[in-house]
Design a protein around this ligand. Structure first.
Ligand SMILES: Nc1nc2c(ncn2[C@@H]2O[C@H](COP(=O)(O)OP(=O)(O)O)[C@@H](O)[C@H]2O)c(=O)[nH]1
Ligand SMILES: [Mg+2]
Length: 290
């Protein structure tokens, strides 16, 4: 008997954590995790990440798998359209009790995004999903960080991504466990995929990343993506980035905790009262106060 997940409760918890509303810290502290794998899907805007996810959902749905999707979309007017597109595309899954979809806005800045994603995916991870997918745009620094969170990272490229591969080669190679060359219905796809395979299997490349071709909009090549995900997950690869990401996160929590006791108004009052006095020394002041 399949266990149903309380999506309403999950959604409420995510909102509390997302907005740092009262009580969110206690929610985080009381989470108990199961080992739900997190799969990151990243790549340039328009590459077909959402379309690919949609096609993956069809397959997982037939296998009665429970899936959560966290889609991170920068809130810019340009991306609003893509969010809307995703909504329409994924509408057929909205009432599915096995599929939870949540869009997360980045509110213009990417700062702090990865931190929030860690917290939110931790909330999701406390529910018995089979897989959690996190879709993010681009391959910038924050995606590298998010890759630390994921057990398997998929980088979606399109045949026109030649420049991206050139400029972000190092970063891309570093984060991708699976490359998906989407829009393989286009002419240049075969050549692009062959070049990518060569790159992945060259001497410099440490991990021989799998390269797959898909036409997400026609659900072609998707079974192979499902198989590659499971193969990678069962390979027990050590995620070397994860401890670094968690150490950074721990540091932020410690900073926040330590700062909690500091009354900034009182600090200012104390400084005002003493800074003009003879012999005032800011370093000594801090040492005496803390
Ligand atoms: N020709 C072609 N178009 C595709 C394919 N996959 C997605 N698209 C289209 O590419 C556009 C962007 O797709 P989307 O999934 O929103 O990209 P995302 O920004 O990476 O999530 C949409 O209009 C899709 O219909 C494909 O395999 N072939
Ligand atoms: Mg998308």
């Amino acid at each position: 008997m399949l266990q149903t997940i309380n999506f309403r409760e999950l959604a409420r918890k995510i909102s509390l954590v997302e907005n740092e509303s009262e009580g969110y810290e206690s929610i985080l502290k009381n989470l108990s995790f199961s080992n739900v794998p997190i799969i990151g899907i990243t790549g340039p805007p328009g590459a077909g990440k959402s379309t690919l996810l949609n096609a993956l959902l069809d397959i997982y749905q037939n296998k009665d798998k429970k899936i959560a999707i966290l889609a991170v979309d920068p809130t810019s007017p340009f991306n609003y359209g893509s969010l809307l597109g995703d909504r329409i595309r994924m509408a057929k899954f909205f009432n599915n009790p096995n599929i939870y979809i949540r869009s997360l806005a980045t509110r213009g800045s990417l700062g702090g995004l990865s931190e929030k994603i860690i917290e939110i995916s931790d909330v999701v991870r406390s529910y018995p999903f089979d897989y959690i997918f996190v879709e993010t745009v681009g391959v910038g620094q924050s995606e590298v960080e998010i890759a630390g969170l994921a057990d398997t990272s998929i980088v979606v490229l399109v045949p026109e991504s030649g420049d991206e591969v050139q400029t972000m080669k190092a970063g891309l190679m570093e984060i991708a466990d699976i490359f998906v060359v989407n829009k393989s219905d286009r002419e240049e796809a075969q050549k692009f995929a062959s070049n990518l395979i060569k790159l992945c299997h060259s001497k410099e490349s440490l991990n021989k990343t799998t390269v797959l071709k898909t036409v997400a909009s026609k659900s072609e090549g998707i079974e192979e993506v499902v198989a590659a995900i499971d193969k990678h997950l069962s390979g027990n690869f050590e995620n070397v980035k994860k401890p670094y990401l968690l150490a950074k996160k721990a540091l932020k929590i410690i900073q926040k905790k330590r700062m909690q006791d500091i009354d900034q108004t009182k600090l200012l009052t104390d400084i005002k009262a003493s800074y003009q006095k003879d012999g005032f020394n800011i370093y000594k002041f801090v040492e005496d106060v803390f």
